[in-house]
Design a protein around this ligand. Structure first.
Ligand SMILES: [Zn+2]
Length: 417
């Protein structure tokens, strides 16, 4: 018996399109999209669902989270509310953290994200001396456990004291690669040898054919910028299109001409930027006595220069960010507000949590709303993607691999031959 379903008469945002249109979507037995077009035929035995008044978009993509740390806000202190305070607080907790604890918290956050319409997450997973590879091992288990609900990528994230232990860090990274991580990452600014740290992670990523996703310039010091070193190494290792940098907060303190030069360098080298407004707004600039800064990178200028810019959740309910629902539309909204985008940029904000992060994560033709893509869809009562960012949605149905994983399809009718 066929499991085919035809979603009829919805407002559909096709892959690569900036505007939505009235179309049907056919989903095949294999959970992939069989057809997208007007008035598709419903094969005998297939089901059909009436999508009148519904917006159907590809599922949302969260290019930067920390699932291993999520939901630790009641267990870890950060009295100063700073990045250093959060890192110090978590280090003490990492000593005792167990695989089961990490997995349970991560799965709880994944459930929330899926319910809000996220179908793929890239999660930076701590490697530090206190926990070594426990986080990586836990997240490998989690990736397998949620394979029917979500595409999960694991970044081996060298952080805290491990950034100052290069030989040990290299051994841990190779261990993480052997366990099947999807990308290499870390925080070079925490290292006492940031350039040697960068050389090490670039070499391991290049040697193993893995993308690189680094935390870069999560501070407001114009004299401590590492972005130029990342651009130079991306060129040298021919890794254009395979390198992403999170934060780049320090760009916000540079004069416009220097920002333009950095933006041109990012475009030319093929480095993408992921802005993380929640952590920036919470952690940065607390020492300012007047005019507290936003700490968000130069989103407008980077977009205008053609840099791929995604927006992502970063930390969810931990000492780095005590809030977080898992709703990427909330993050798109904050990016528009904190980045001071314009009234016409709602669509751009939407793309920052959908097509751009999908490209950064290398999801390829599997992701999107076109024939052959996996049927990973978000169905809401919004009028169009602009509306989805502006006001959100009162109802959400999420389909992954052709299967409803959250909410429900409005009406399903078996179709007689
Ligand atoms: Zn992060």
């Amino acid at each position: 018996m066929t499991k085919q379903v035809v979603l009829q008469g919805g407002t559909v945002l096709r892959t690569g399109s900036l505007t939505s249109e009235q179309l049907d979507i056919a989903i095949g037995d294999d959970g992939r999209i069989l057809g997208v077009g007007p008035a598709l035929a419903v094969p005998p035995g297939a089901r059909r669902a009436d999508m009148a008044g519904k917006l159907i978009v590809p599922g949302l993509v969260d290019a930067h989270q920390h699932l291993d740390k999520s939901r630790t806000r009641r267990r870890v202190v950060n009295p100063s509310g700073t990045l250093a305070g959060a890192a110090a607080g978590y280090k003490a907790y990492a000593e005792t953290v167990t695989r089961d604890d990490i997995a349970a918290r991560a799965l709880q956050t994944i459930e929330a994200c899926v319910a809000y319409g996220t179908v793929a997450i890239r999660s930076h997973t701590n490697i530090e001396p206190q926990s070594e590879l426990r986080g990586i091992e836990a997240m490998v288990d989690v990736r397998a456990a949620c394979v029917d609900k979500l595409t999960l990528q694991i970044v081996a994230h060298v952080t805290s004291d491990a950034t100052r232990m290069l030989p040990e860090a290299k051994a841990w990274l190779l261990g993480a690669v052997a366990r099947g991580v999807d990308a290499i990452g870390g925080v070079p600014a925490f290292s006492d040898q940031p350039l040697a740290f960068l050389d090490m992670v670039f070499a391991i990523a290049a040697d193993h054919g893995l993308p690189l996703d680094l935390h870069i310039d999560e501070h407001l010091d114009p004299d401590a910028i590492l972005l130029d070193a990342v651009i130079e190494r991306t060129r040298r290792h021919h890794m254009g299109g395979r390198v992403a940098v999170g934060h780049c907060s320090a760009l916000s303190v540079l004069p416009p001409e220097r920002v333009r030069r950095f933006a041109a360098g990012l475009v030319e080298a093929g480095v993408a930027v992921i802005t993380l407004p929640a952590a920036n707004l919470f952690l940065l600039g607390r020492d300012a006595s007047v005019l507290p800064p936003r700490g968000v990178t130069r989103v407008r200028e980077l977009l205008a220069a053609g840099v791929p810019v995604a927006a992502a959740s970063d930390n969810i309910q931990d000492p780095f960010v005590p809030t977080g629902s898992g709703d990427l539309l909330e993050i798109a909204r904050w990016t528009l507000l904190a980045g001071q985008l314009g009234l016409d940029d709602l669509g751009a904000a939407f793309r920052m949590v959908s097509s751009t992060p999908a490209a950064i994560m290398g999801l390829g033709a599997d992701w999107g709303l076109h024939v052959g893509a996996r049927a990973d869809l978000l169905i809401t009562d919004a009028a169009d993607p602009d509306d989805l960012v502006a006001s959100g949605a009162m109802t959400r149905t999420v389909i992954v691999g052709g299967r409803v994983v959250a909410g429900k399809l409005p009406t399903i009718h078996p179709h007689a031959a």
